[in-house]
Design a protein around this ligand. Structure first.
Ligand code: SAM
Ligand code: SF4
Length: 316
């Protein structure tokens, strides 16, 4: 289905949980989020109903996210159900990677074709700092498990943070030569509850080009501008929600774990679909697509997102 500005909406980001086993400083408060009551969350059956409704409107790609989707006890069954939905051609998943050693092969068998794994640093102390509790070695084991499980694509996502990991741009990009992975640098977004970083932390991803003059441009891929290092097996991607937003080509709709459709990541507008029939969900989704704004309001280090939630509650 096309929205009011002619954009074809083909992509659903489905958040299956708000909960997470990490507490990344740019994403979640240290104390975590107050656990929603069971009856406030979409059930697996409701999630799959929503995916069927989305497919009927022309959505072909679903990305499963959270919170940390691999903390969801029925994650394999959700992935299997989404992958088996007629009309859904691609299922991908975004994860911090910690639980991939035990789950990667089973996720692949469940129909997940691609995984994105978050990795902001290669320094164990910095990893423990930014995640407030994670171990770098566990994340690296997760990446290796993904690489051997046979996914069609593995991407690593690094949020670029001034004074934290900007000195690691070469080391992170170097991973594209070591492994067949894309490494994508993402500009830090000023989410409403996130206060760990001041304006000096917001760097444009053009810093990556300055740090790596050897990068050669390749084609664009959705939201990422792509480059390659000489000898790189994978590519280096730049994602710039602040310095060069990609609203004009936005093709996505988001569904939160508590059943709220979000026409735009950075707007407070939400449409609840919990408890609806498939027909009602389809109508609510069509309405959410019609209500997609042309663009979100200006977003900058000084101007925070209008979203009423943190990233873990939206599904980044
Ligand atoms: N837990 C999974 C993970 O970390 O990959 C999936 C959910 S997480 C919210 C999805 C992505 O959002 C991660 O790559 C994370 O780095 C990114 N993210 C979270 N908060 C962000 C922020 N304030 N700015 C930019 N990216 C952010
Ligand atoms: Fe958890 Fe992902 Fe948010 Fe980190 S970015 S706290 S891993 S949801």
């Amino acid at each position: 289905m096309r929205d009011s500005f002619g954009r074809e909406i083909t992509y659903l980001r489905l958040s299956v949980t708000e909960l997470c086993d990490l507490r990344c400083r740019y994403c979640m408060p240290e104390e975590g989020v107050c656990k929603l009551r069971h009856e406030e969350l979409l059930s697996e059956e409701e999630m799959l109903r929503a995916v069927r409704a989305a497919a009927a409107l022309g959505i072909t790609k679903v990305r499963i996210t959270g919170g940390e989707p691999l903390t969801k006890p029925n994650i394999l069954s959700i992935c299997r159900g989404v992958a088996a939905t007629p009309g859904i051609r691609e299922v991908s998943l975004t994860t911090n990677g910690l639980r991939l050693p035990e789950l990667a092969v089973r996720l692949r068998e469940a129909g997940v074709r691609r995984v994105n794994i978050s990795l902001d640093t290669l320094d164990p102390e910095r990893y423990a700092y930014i995640t407030r509790r994670g171990k770098l070695a566990d994340a690296l084991r997760g990446i290796e498990a993904a690489l051997t499980a046979g996914f069609e694509q593995v991407k690593l996502n690094a949020v670029l943070i001034g004074g934290f990991n900007d000195g690691e741009i070469p080391a992170l990009a170097e991973l594209t030569r070591r492994w067949p992975v894309d490494v994508r640098f993402i500009e830090l977004m000023p989410m409403p509850g996130e206060t760990a970083f001041g304006p000096e932390s917001y760097l444009p991803v053009s810093r990556v080009l300055e740090a790596l003059p050897a990068l050669r441009p390749e084609r664009e891929d959705g939201v990422a501008r792509l480059y390659r290092l000489p000898g790189g097996q994978g590519r280096v991607g730049l994602i710039s929600p602040l310095s060069q937003h990609f609203c004009a080509s936005c093709n996505r709709l988001r569904l939160t774990a508590d059943g709220k459709l979000k026409p735009c990541l950075h707007s407070a507008e939400e449409i609840g679909i919990k408890g609806m029939s498939e027909d009602e969900m389809r109508e609510a989704m069509a309405e959410a697509i019609r209500r997609k704004p042309r663009c979100h309001g200006e977003l900058s280090a000084a101007r925070r997102s209008q979203a009423a939630r943190n990233m873990n509650q939206i599904g980044g």
